[in-house]
Design a binder for this molecule. Structure first.
Ligand code: WTA
Length: 658
């Protein structure tokens, strides 16, 4: 390092606030700081600005209908089609030859779909779905990895008004069955397999196993042939080859079905406090308008951009910011099948350079991995096409923020640290990149029109610097409308905690801890429920626990998150063997397998610790906080109030020695 570089490094380390570069501001979509006041004064009509980014088949009568709180409705009376908004209207505007999706497979092959191509593919698959008997409002499950047929199938569903339910390909067979059962979904689109670090993975066997657990009749299953000869597979009687079906419908024209603004666009299952995943319902009008608006104002997307969100479509980030937001705006969106370190650790930067990516969005866990690998990988590539960077999914520590800012953004790109959730549909708390100063580690102020605040246990706003909880006291268009078939749980999970008795005012509770500073910037501290965040993936500890206690020989278990350098949090399992069983390698292996079978490799524990007892309070509650501290290697506080204080040292010794 030269002296200049060293002093630059030192300055960067100390700097606490960063202003967006002039060159960025000059071209940004949103630059007037008056937007905050304007949205405040004009609320809820301000949201027409979001709706105006879409083409409506029938204009709406009312922006917000709050006659049945908290079952808010947005843009009521309006009709539109999401696939029309993502495809047809761009083609009609002369953008038929513009790239819609640029896909890259892990082995290196690429496919480019222009808006014209994508529309044709979507129409052919929409016709196929109809041939299979899919009708409006039928839920179609899509259990697919990052291959182009996934967004094609999503848009084909949207075109005919059939809500999709995408199940992350890394989830297990059981997880697929649970979700299909919960959604009464009779249709499945899946694939034979995909590539991971050079290996061809069998996906179809997992899908087949999942289907065995479905408690109702499933119609023909569509199977995409991703791997060709690489992996032999045979289709059973009710399984149909995607390419053959689509070939029969080549050139088909399928009119987009006009959907009511409040009609369901998709379901997305996510983890919550209890063992059962929640089916979050998103709508056609409000969700799409919100995804488009945040893509425009926060990601600063323009039709001529090449934009890359390096997430998986199996999570909400991919729904809103790989598929719906960017395509609604007519942008070119990049999709990559594989891992960032295959064949080497510069894979992502090679893609950024080759595709001349303008805007890049990823998770802090990925940034921490890049940091660990070292700057020599990004340095091998010309990343000067980048204009804006984003992060999502978990808190980003200032050191990782600054590394991203310097080594990926070349100190010329603003970074948006965007806080949101599956339930919020889109970004809620973040700086606007053309307006606000950025503070590393702090997401920023709530977006214009978003009533986010930090409160204490009673709901009173906390002072600057104090820790509290995030709440949202005004509805917004992208919000979930309910939990599928479970209005009661919708209220109890999100609204009961902070809404008044008899509720004059309904307050949404995201279950995140936070603090706020003098400028109104919010720093997210993490979940306050039994959800942990492993590599930006949300996992319910109760779900993992029930998988572990389902294993023969295990009497009781507690699952917590412990700090992890790259993953943010990692899964720790504490388990009590049943009488007659030893906490040995065999039991450990079966416990791990139980988790893999019921959830998938993302929930694989860092450690399984067998113990004859779990630390409990005198009233018999497991002391999870203590188990978290042990897993994280933190100083342990006072344990004398426990019923069984001795057990703590025994457990801590085991974790230390491993
Ligand atoms: C966490 C992902 C800090 C948070 C879009 C939230 C974040 C959960 C951030 C939702 C951020 C998301 N800073 N924490 N910028 N973004 N989170 O539903 O705890 O998979 O409640 O949605 O991720 O996870 P989900």
């Amino acid at each position: 390092m030269t002296q200049d570089e060293a002093s630059l490094e030192a300055r960067l380390e100390e700097q606490e606030a960063f202003d967006p570069p002039e060159s960025f501001v000059e071209q940004a979509n949103v630059t007037d700081p008056g937007i905050y006041e304007e949205f405040e004064e004009n609320w809820p009509d301000c949201w027409e600005r979001a709706a105006d980014l879409l083409s409506w088949e029938e204009s709406y009568d009312t922006v917000l209908d709050d006659s049945n709180e908290p079952f808010y409705e947005w843009f009521t009376g309006g009709e539109l089609n999401a696939s029309y908004n993502c495809l047809d209207r761009h083609v009609a505007d002369g953008a038929s030859d513009r790239t819609a999706i640029k896909w890259e497979g892990e082995p290196g092959e690429t496919r480019t779909y222009t808006y014209g191509d994508l529309l044709a593919e979507v129409e052919a698959f929409a016709a196929t779905l109809r041939d299979l008997g899919v009708e409006e409002d039928d839920v179609v499950t899509l259990y697919m990895p990052m291959i182009p047929e996934l967004p094609i199938a999503m848009l084909a569903c949207a075109r005919i008004g059939a809500p999709h339910s995408v199940v992350f390909a890394g989830f297990s067979a059981d997880a697929l069955a649970t979700r299909m059962n919960s959604a009464d979904s009779e249709y499945l689109v899946t694939c034979d397999g995909y590539y991971r670090r050079g290996d061809a993975l069998d996906h179809l066997s997992k899908a087949n196993e999942g289907l065995e657990g479905v408690d109702h009749e499933v119609s023909d299953v569509v199977v995409v042939d991703r791997l060709g000869d690489e992996l032999e597979h045979s289709l059973s009687e009710n399984q149909r080859d995607y390419d053959e079906l689509v070939a029969e419908n080549e050139g088909a024209s399928v009119e987009p079905v006009a959907r009511d603004a409040e009609d369901m666009l998709f379901l997305m299952y996510t983890s919550g406090t209890t063992g059962k995943p929640k089916g979050v319902k998103h709508t056609t009008g409000g969700y799409l308008a919100y995804a488009a608006w945040t893509s425009h104002s926060v990601l600063d997307l323009k039709p001529e951009d090449t934009y890359w969100c390096a997430a998986d479509i199996g999570w909400i980030t991919g729904h809103s910011y790989i598929v719906y937001g960017p395509l609604a705006l007519g942008t070119s969106t990049v999709m990559y099948e594989g891992t960032p370190d295959y064949p080497d650790k510069d894979r992502l930067w090679e893609i950024v350079e080759r595709e001349e990516v303008d805007v890049f969005y990823t998770a802090p866990t990925a940034i921490r991995a890049f940091m660990k690998w070292g700057e020599k990988y990004p340095e091998q590539h010309d990343l000067s096409s980048l204009r804006l960077l984003g992060t999502v999914g978990e808190p980003i520590n200032p050191r990782a923020w600054k590394w991203y800012y310097k080594h990926i953004g070349g100190e010329e790109c603003p970074i948006v640290d965007t806080w949101w959730q599956t339930e919020t549909g889109g970004m809620m708390i973040t700086t606007l990149p053309g307006i606000n100063t950025m503070k590393p580690g702090t997401a920023g102020p709530p977006l214009p029109g978003i009533g986010a605040q930090v409160v204490d246990a009673e709901g009173a706003e906390v002072g600057a610097g104090q820790a509290g909880y995030v709440t949202v006291n005004k509805p917004w268009p992208g919000m979930l409308r309910t939990l599928y078939n479970n209005d009661e749980r919708f209220i109890s999970e999100y609204w009961e905690e902070y809404s008044d008795e008899g509720a004059d005012e309904w307050v949404y509770f995201p279950e995140d801890g936070a603090k706020i500073d003098d400028d109104g910037y919010i720093t997210i501290l993490g979940r306050v429920d039994d959800v942990i965040n492993v590599s930006g993936h949300r996992l319910g500890t109760m779900e993992i626990e029930s998988a572990v206690v389902g294993v023969e020989g295990i009497a009781e278990a507690a699952v917590v998150g412990g700090d992890h350098e790259v993953k943010g949090e990692a899964v720790y399992v504490y388990a009590i063997p049943e009488d007659g069983y030893d906490g040995d390698a065999d039991l450990e292996e079966r416990a791990v397998q139980g988790i893999l079978d019921s959830i998938g490799p993302i929930a694989k524990p860092e450690e399984v610790i067998f113990t004859p007892e779990l630390p409990k309070t005198r009233s018999g509650k497991i002391m999870r906080r203590l188990l978290e501290d042990i897993a994280s290697g933190n100083e342990l506080g006072n344990t004398s109030t426990l019923r069984n204080p001795d057990v703590v040292d025994d457990i801590a010794d085991q974790v230390d020695s491993s």
